[in-house]
Design a protein around this ligand. Structure first.
Ligand code: GLY
Length: 312
C-alpha cells in the first residue's frame, strides 16, 4: 500500500529551516503532532517574529498575553490556552491541556497554574525590542495621564502592528493530520482580549476525514464567521478545497467591509486561511491580495512559496 502524502503547510513568515527540519523528522517517521509542536516551538522562540511567542507585541499595559491551540485530526481532541503570560511555549501547554485534562481551553490564571503544574518552562516573553516599541506607541497615544485602557487601546489600534499568527498543518506518513496555532494577538490589545487562535472552530480546526484549516489576520472576523470549522465542514459536505476557501473568504470580506466603518477595526482588516483536504491537497485564501504561504512535501528539498487566492 502506498504511504500517505507527507506535507507541511505553513504561513509564509515561518523560516524555511524550521519547516525543513520538521519535514526531515516526518521522513524519519515522526508523528504529525510532534512535528507541528516542534515547528510552533521554533517560531515561538524566534525573537524576530513579533506576533508569536518571545518578542511578541504586548497588550496596552505592556504585558505579553499569548494564545495557542492544538488539534489532533485523528481523534478530534484539542487543547488551547488564552492569555497565557510568562511561559516559553504556549503551544506545548495547549497540547498538554489536550493530553492531560478533560477540557479544551484554559485562560489566564488557570492556564498559568496548569503550566506550573506540568513543569512548563517560564520565561519573560517581553523582549527589549517589543518593550521599546510599546513605550514608543504609548508615548504617541497618551494625551492625558489619567486616560483609561479603553481609550488608549482604541487610539493605539488605529496603527496596525499585525495580528499575524503561527499556523502550521502537518500530515504524517500514516495520514494523521495535526494543526497548531500560536500568537501574541493584536499589538496593544485591551488586556484579556482573546483572538481566534485558541478558539477551536474559529482559528483552528482539524479532522483527518475531512481536512484542516487555520487562520491568521483579524481574529475578531474569524471568530464571527467560525472560519476554520466552517471551511472544514464545507469540505465534509463535499465542497472542493477551492470552493470552501473561496466561500469562507467571501463571507469574511463582507464582514470586514462592514466592520471597516467601525474605528476599532479600521486598520486590522484582513484574514488569511490555510486549508488542507483529506487527500492532502492544500491551498490558502485571503481577503486581500499579495499574501503567500509555504508548503513542503516529502519529495521537495525545501518549502515552496505560493501566492494565496484572493477571490474578487
Ligand atoms: N489571528 C490572531 C488574532 O487575531 O489574535
Amino acid at each position: 500500500m502506498a504511504s500517505a502524502p507527507i506535507i507541511v503547510l505553513a504561513n509564509a513568515e515561518i523560516r524555511d529551516e524550521f519547516i525543513m527540519e520538521g519535514m526531515q523528522r516526518l521522513r524519519r517517521g515522526a508523528s504529525a503532532g510532534d512535528v507541528a509542536e516542534f515547528i510552533a516551538c521554533a517560531v515561538e522562540d524566534d525573537p524576530e517574529e513579533h506576533t508569536v511567542g518571545y518578542g511578541g507585541w504586548p497588550n496596552i499595559l505592556g504585558e505579553v498575553e499569548l494564545d495557542a491551540s492544538f488539534m489532533d485530526g485523528a481523534t478530534l481532541r484539542a487543547g488551547a490556552v488564552a492569555g497565557l503570560k510568562g511561559f516559553r511555549h504556549p503551544i506545548s501547554v495547549a497540547r498538554q491541556v489536550m493530553l492531560r485534562l478533560p477540557h479544551v481551553l484554559l485562560a489566564g490564571e488557570g492556564a498559568a497554574r496548569f503550566a506550573i503544574e506540568i513543569g512548563a518552562e517560564r520565561r519573560d516573553m517581553l523582549s527589549p525590542e517589543a518593550r521599546a516599541a510599546w513605550q514608543q506607541r504609548i508615548a504617541e497615544v497618551v494625551q492625558h495621564e489619567e486616560e483609561d485602557a479603553i481609550t488608549l487601546t482604541v487610539r493605539a489600534l488605529v496603527e496596525r502592528r499585525g495580528s499575524d499568527t503561527m499556523n502550521v498543518i502537518v500530515r504524517d506518513g500514516v495520514g494523521d493530520i495535526c494543526s497548531a496555532v500560536s500568537t501574541s494577538g493584536i499589538a496593544w490589545k485591551y488586556p484579556g482580549r482573546v483572538g481566534d487562535s485558541p478558539l477551536i472552530g474559529a482559528g483552528n480546526y482539524c479532522a483527518n476525514r475531512y481536512g484542516a484549516a487555520t487562520c491568521m489576520g483579524l481574529g475578531e472576523a474569524a471568530i464571527r464567521v467560525g472560519a476554520a470549522a466552517q471551511a472544514v465542514m464545507l469540505m465534509r459536505l463535499g465542497w472542493s478545497l477551492e470552493a470552501a476557501g473561496r466561500e469562507v473568504v467571501c463571507q469574511l470580506s463582507t464582514l470586514l467591509g462592514e466592520s471597516n466603518a467601525a474605528d476599532h477595526m479600521r486598520r486590522a482588516d484582513w484574514v488569511r486561511i490555510l486549508l488542507m483536504d483529506a487527500a492532502g491537497n492544500v491551498g490558502a485564501f485571503a481577503t486581500r491580495p499579495g499574501l503567500s504561504y509555504k508548503v513542503q512535501t516529502a519529495d521537495d528539498p525545501w518549502p515552496i512559496t505560493r501566492e494565496v487566492v484572493c477571490p474578487a
